[in-house]
Every structure is written in structure tokens, then in C-alpha cells.
Design a protein. Structure first.
Length: 396
């Protein structure tokens, strides 16, 4: 315990002394909005600095570039980054989804090849799951990967490939057996993006930002060694990936994935906002709503500790893990919406407007919050998962 307390003080000092300077331009809110070279370079340099200091991948094996330390040390770093509101690290898909997957089920060659580059941000990763015409029906993936000797020929397209224009690798779900529908004919690949026939086209979001892409595969040839597991195992591996993406499984490398905005920031906003000529914080309705958000926030923070104690989860052991994404993303959406309601007529202002409250960051945060309620499985799908797997409700 003494070692952890000393480490906490060390981390607090390091992030206070090494916070990167203001870049002089608007930073994105998360990895899903990194849309220009200046933003990308700034955030990539920041990730490298954190890794070189030893504060990223602390619980990953030393043999592959990690720190080889207990998870408690990385948890302290993550909490301190959020507390000090330092910039996020950009390689979210690599650090939180692809990396843990490779460490869990990848070959020794995979671990040696990919893990260090994920941690030091040399190798940025993106995800090729969703498709333009399939919506949330991931099992109906139509992108084809047909074996041709020592290669696979890939054709089709993927949508919402965050960081696709900067990525070196993609985790790709594709159909290797067109004769089999849905789950059986799917395979999983670790795909190099810089090969002929792969093109990532940026998509402009409602906020005016970029970061999302549509990625096209036109007779793109990738080595057969990119296949993870065996042909036909893609669905199983994709579902394992989603447990990391949704936070249902641990093993992530750490680091913030987005700008840290919490209930405390909304309380500060309520103190500065006016309602009927008085601070909005004095309004009973506002106070009631803020207390509800604070209770939810504290409950979410305590869930991780509770999940580690089997006696507290015996009745429904999967409830906390499977509900995490739904709870956190919907909490953020409702919280940012409430922050706008505190602004009255100024809620209609946008970034660049001199009269926008706090530069318009809450407007952007609210619109961006919907991305998290969709990516990784929509809130409706998450509710279905909880209903079926936690509550035991019938699918129909």
C-alpha cells in the first residue's frame, strides 16, 4: 500500500510537470474526431511521451514492451490523467481492443510484431467491422476475403473506421466462405492498410469535424498470415474483441480515450449559469438533477470494485460487465444534454461564436456523445444483451 501511495504522488507530479502546451488549435474530443495532421501529430507525440515515461501498458508483459507491473499501477495513472484533465492518447483501438485481443489469443509472432508499436504509437490501428448497408447486423458482413495462394483478395467496404486515414493496421471482419450465411463463413484479419486497393475516405460529421472514414477494398491483396485463428472463427474472435471494446473484459493498456468531462464540470457550469436572475445551482430542480448525475457517476465508479468481489455479484455475475457501456455512454449523453439546458438561449451557439459558453465545448460534446451510444453496439442492442444474458428474457 505504501508503494502505491508513493507511486500516486510520483504520477501526480509527472503529469503536472509534463502537461503538453496548448497547441494553439482546437483539439478533438476523442480519437473519433482526429481529423487533421496537426491534431494527430500533437496527440501522437503526447502518447509517446507517456509511454517513454513508463505510464502506458504498465500491466502488459515486459517481453513485448509493457511494464510487467500489477494492474493497480495503471489504474492510478488512468485516474490521475482524468483528474488533471490532460489530453487523451490517440491509439485507442490499438491500446484497448486490438492489443488486448492479440495478447489474449494471438501467436507469439503476433505479440512480437504488433504490441510495442501499439504502445509507442508507431502503429495506429483502426477497426473494420460495420458496413454501410448492414447497420448493426454485424453477422451479415458482406466484405469478401477470398484465398488465392499465399494471399487473400479483399473486396467491399467498411464504415465508421475511426482514424482510418492514419492507421497502419486494421482489425477486419470479412466473409471467407460466401456459401455460408451469417456466422459460419466469417474470418478475422490483422490487415496492413498501406497496400494497393485499400482507400480510407474521411467523412464529415455533424460537428464539422472529421475522423470517421469509409474504407474501400478493391482487389486488395493481403498476406495469408494476416488471418487470426482459423477460417470461420471470425465471429468468435469479433465477439471477444467487443468484450474489450465494451469494457466487459480487462487487459487494456490504459490512457484516456477522450477529453475528461464529468459531473463536476456540470456543477461548475451550474454555479456560473443564471436562472431567474440567480445562480442556476440554487434552483431546486437543477440541484435534484445534479444529485442524480452524481449518484450515477459514483455508482459507475464503484462498479469496477464491486465486480472484483464475487459475493457481491453472485445473483447476476455478468450484470456489471455487460451493462458498463450502456450505463456510461447514456450517462454522458444525458449529462451533456443537461449542460446545454443550463445555458438557456446560449445553447444554440457554436464553436467560434464569441458568446458561446466555454467556447461551445458542451454543444460539441453533446453531438459527439451519440457516437459512443452507437459504436460497439447501439444502446438498443446493449439493452437487448442485458435483457437476454443478464435477466434471462426471451429473444422474441
Amino acid at each position: 500500500m505504501t508503494d502505491l501511495l508513493e507511486f500516486r504522488r510520483e504520477v501526480e507530479t509527472w503529469f503536472r510537470d509534463n502537461r503538453p502546451p496548448d497547441p494553439g488549435f482546437l483539439l478533438p474530443e476523442s480519437f473519433m474526431e482526429v481529423g487533421n495532421d496537426a491534431q494527430f501529430a500533437y496527440l501522437r507525440d503526447w502518447q509517446r511521451k507517456i509511454y517513454q515515461a513508463g505510464y502506458l501498458g504498465m500491466a502488459w508483459p515486459e517481453a513485448y514492451g509493457g511494464g510487467g507491473r500489477p494492474q493497480a499501477y495503471q489504474d492510478i495513472v488512468n485516474a490521475e490523467m482524468a483528474r488533471q484533465k490532460v489530453p487523451f492518447v490517440p491509439n485507442t483501438i490499438g491500446l484497448n481492443w486490438a492489443g488486448p485481443l492479440i495478447l489474449a489469443i494471438g501467436t507469439e509472432a503476433d505479440k512480437q510484431r504488433y504490441i510495442r508499436g501499439i504502445l509507442n504509437a508507431d502503429d495506429i490501428w483502426c477497426q473494420g467491422f460495420s458496413e454501410p448497408d448492414q447497420g448493426s447486423d454485424l453477422a451479415n458482413t458482406q466484405t469478401r476475403a477470398i484465398r488465392d495462394g499465399d494471399e487473400y483478395v479483399v473486396n467491399g467496404s467498411k464504415i465508421w473506421t475511426s482514424l482510418g486515414s492514419y492507421a497502419k493496421y486494421m482489425i477486419l471482419l470479412a466473409r471467407t466462405n460466401p456459401e455460408q450465411r451469417r456466422y459460419g463463413g466469417l474470418s478475422y484479419f490483422l490487415v496492413p492498410m498501406q497496400v494497393p486497393g485499400i482507400e480510407a475516405r474521411p467523412i464529415r460529421k455533424l460537428t464539422g469535424e472529421y475522423g470517421f472514414n469509409q474504407t474501400f477494398f478493391n482487389d486488395a491483396r493481403i498476406p495469408a498470415s494476416c488471418l487470426m485463428g482459423q477460417e470461420g472463427e471470425g465471429w468468435k474472435i469479433a465477439m471477444t474483441t467487443l468484450t474489450f471494446e465494451r469494457g466487459a473484459s480487462g487487459g487494456q493498456a490504459g490512457g484516456l480515450a477522450r477529453v475528461s468531462m464529468g459531473v463536476g464540470d456540470v456543477v461548475d457550469l451550474a454555479q456560473r449559469s443564471r436562472r431567474d436572475g440567480r445562480p442556476a445551482l440554487e434552483d431546486p430542480f437543477v440541484r435534484d438533477q445534479l444529485v442524480r448525475f452524481l449518484i450515477e457517476d459514483q455508482g459507475d465508479q464503484l462498479c469496477a470494485a464491486r465486480a472484483a468481489i464475487p459475493a457481491l455479484c453472485s445473483e447476476r455475475p455478468e450484470a456489471i460487465a455487460l451493462s458498463g457501456k450502456l450505463r456510461v455512454t447514456e450517462h454522458r449523453r444525458r449529462m451533456t444534454q443537461f449542460a446545454l439546458s443550463l445555458q438557456g438561449g446560449h445553447a444554440a451557439r457554436w464553436i467560434g461564436d464569441a458568446q458561446a459558453v466555454e467556447g461551445g465545448k458542451w454543444q460539441r460534446a453533446y453531438l459527439n456523445s451519440f457516437a459512443s451510444t452507437i459504436g460497439g453496439g447501439t444502446s438498443q442492442i446493449q439493452a437487448n444483451i442485458i435483457g437476454e444474458r443478464v435477466l434471462g428474457l426471451p429473444k422474441d
